[in-house]
Design a protein around this ligand. Structure first.
Ligand SMILES: Nc1nc2c(ncn2[C@@H]2O[C@H](COP(=O)(O)OP(=O)(O)O)[C@@H](O)[C@H]2O)c(=O)[nH]1
Ligand SMILES: [Mg+2]
Length: 219
């Protein structure tokens, strides 16, 4: 019975996610669903990305409570909508639809920071073009093995906080082998939001995804 109810919730979510995708395509936006554990560096990555991109951007911030992250984005002069889920451990398509009504952005990139969690956000399509997982070396190298669904679906995997490699036992080969086994196509970006190392490669890749989508939309 519970499983049946959960499947109905997911099916209802998928219908709204498809509507979101249509709206986002009409507005010529590339939308990225950014998923990671609490503290992995999702907000830091968004801030670094916004600083380097030469494309109009907006951000949707998902949190259970507080607007700390949204205020960091607003301080950069970028349009941001905060969604407080009030306890739910993931964003859903309905909450993103409501946020889209309040965002005026067209022709650009929409970055969505999901609630800090590697499990539930994997099941809820928001209407995004693709998911990106942000992991950090401080979390350990076993995360792809323990939370496979989200790594399986990601178009890119960021390994953040590489400035801490000397301080933590992070086996990068083990981590990457775990990602590769689940998802051979995923692009992996080791970087540091603190030092900026690797941010350029990630930002260039993201901008290329936007350009590719636009070429596809207009051809
Ligand atoms: N050393 C180091 N700390 C980082 C890095 N990226 C983020 N942090 C810190 O990690 C903490 C959590 O970052 P935040 O971006 O808020 O993570 P989020 O919860 O995933 O959004 C903050 O104290 C950041 O300053 C990094 O590359 N290196
Ligand atoms: Mg955050």
């Amino acid at each position: 019975m519970e499983i049946e109810l959960y499947q109905r919730v997911l099916a209802a979510n998928d219908i709204v996610a498809d509507e979101n995708r249509e709206i986002l395509n009409r507005r010529r936006l590339l939308t990225v669903n950014i998923i990671g554990s609490p503290g992995a560096g999702k907000t830091s990555l968004i801030c670094q990305t916004l600083a380097g991109l030469r494309v109009p951007c907006a951000v949707i911030e998902g949190d259970i409570a507080s607007d700390f992250d949204a205020r960091k984005i607003a301080a950069l002069g970028v349009p941001v909508i905060q969604i407080n889920t009030g306890g739910s451990c993931h964003l859903n398509a309905v909450s993103v639809a409501a946020a889209l009504d309040k965002l005026a952005l067209e022709d650009g990139i929409l970055l969505v920071e999901n609630v800090g969690n590697l499990i539930c956000p994997a099941s809820f399509d928001l209407g995004e073009d693709f998911k990106v997982v942000v992991a950090s070396v401080a979390e350990g190298g076993d995360k792809p093995y323990k939370y496979p669904a989200v790594f399986q679906q990601a178009k890119a995997v960021v390994i953040n906080k590489i400035d801490l490699l000397a301080q933590v036992d992070f086996d990068r080969d083990f981590f990457q082998a775990g990602v590769r086994a689940l998802n051979p196509q995923a692009v992996i970006f080791p970087l540091s939001c603190k030092t900026g190392v690797g941010i350029g490669g990630w930002s260039t890749w993201l901008q290329e995804q936007w350009q590719t989508k636009f070429r596809k939309l207009f051809s």
